[in-house]
Write a protein that binds this ligand. Sequence first.
Ligand SMILES: *Cc1c(COP(=O)(O)O)cnc(C)c1O
Length: 387
Amino acid sequence: MLASKTYLDYAATTPVDGRVLEKMLPYFSQIFGNSSSVHAFGQQAEAALESAREQVAQSLNCQPSEIVFTSCGSESDNLALRGAALARRLQCGANRILISPVEHHAVSLTAQQLAAYYDFKLEYIPVDPTGMIQLDQLIPALTPDTAVVSVIYANNEIGTLNPIAEIGECCRAQGIPLHSDAVQAAAYLPVDTSDLNVDLLSIGAHKFYGPKGVGALYVRKGTSLIPSQTGGGQENGLRAGTHNIPYIVGMAEALRLAQAERISRTENLLPLRNRLIGRILEEIPDCLLTGHPLQRLPNHASFVFKGVDGNALLMMLDMAGFACSSGSACKTGSPEPSEVLLALGLSREWAMGSLRITLGTGTTPAEIDLFLDRLPQIITEARKMGS
Ligand SMILES: *Cc1c(COP(=O)(O)O)cnc(C)c1O
């Protein structure tokens, strides 16, 4: 960790848990075989792969055959949307994609590309001002020509949780597959695919103290997918490419730990997160909490400040020793307000001044107090710069 720097951006990425790293290490140079090889080296790698698959399946309460390993959360989202949309159109001619307006770019830009180049119709399910899907708005939108529905479980920018189990029930009643991006959710919420009524669910290891560059897609038995990456036939033909065994082993362990420890991690972070939200709303004028006040990730606090340039604010915070974000890491440097914040009904002026503070296992009460002591002055300075 950088000396005297405070990391408050755990929604962007997390450090690898030491216990996870330990499990990974033998698979770089000692047990290095290609899991597709016939010989003993290959078999050894394959055993590790299949044991990791069983562990991930246990965490997601599904069958090992329903897990597809990918290279990241983005790839899982891509495979789910592209794969299901194309397969459903082949199967039954359904030509419409339905997503929420608060999806991660890995979902929203994929859906937009499917509309632009693959002749799908893209429609958005309205959300309320907290960024949550309302079932009475969803149900009439579930028309027979809908190929796939995608709704984010826990929002990366605003923390809001969606009622995925209820949404899944509605989709299932119409026979439409539901995908959920659970990349943020997997760190703190139950990801029981049976309870959630989902057909497709994306996770990415580096959001829950696993390594970057590995993810998984849950594909419910009977859900058809057209693969995006073709080649060697790995992952049941759904995702070609030699398996990255150390990363897959690391993800399985990180997910196991996240699920085993999620209640204690939540109990540690919730009071700190609540202190952060309470004091910022109390002490800083012209400030709004974005996302749902209660139905939100336990480590997540997000705000907009009127008359503040969010990017300038991030730089000032960085100079003061605090690593935060304005929402999605992918948007850093862009002068446009976040589409997610605009979808909540915020004006451009408010949406430009966004700040996301996300806590993690390394966060201490002293760090939060220090941050709270410094933030009001930094906001005042940022407002002077903007005017
Ligand atoms: C980080 C994130 C992704 C992308 O995952 P990567 O593993 O970084 O590709 C997708 N969706 C959400 C909600 C995320 O937070």
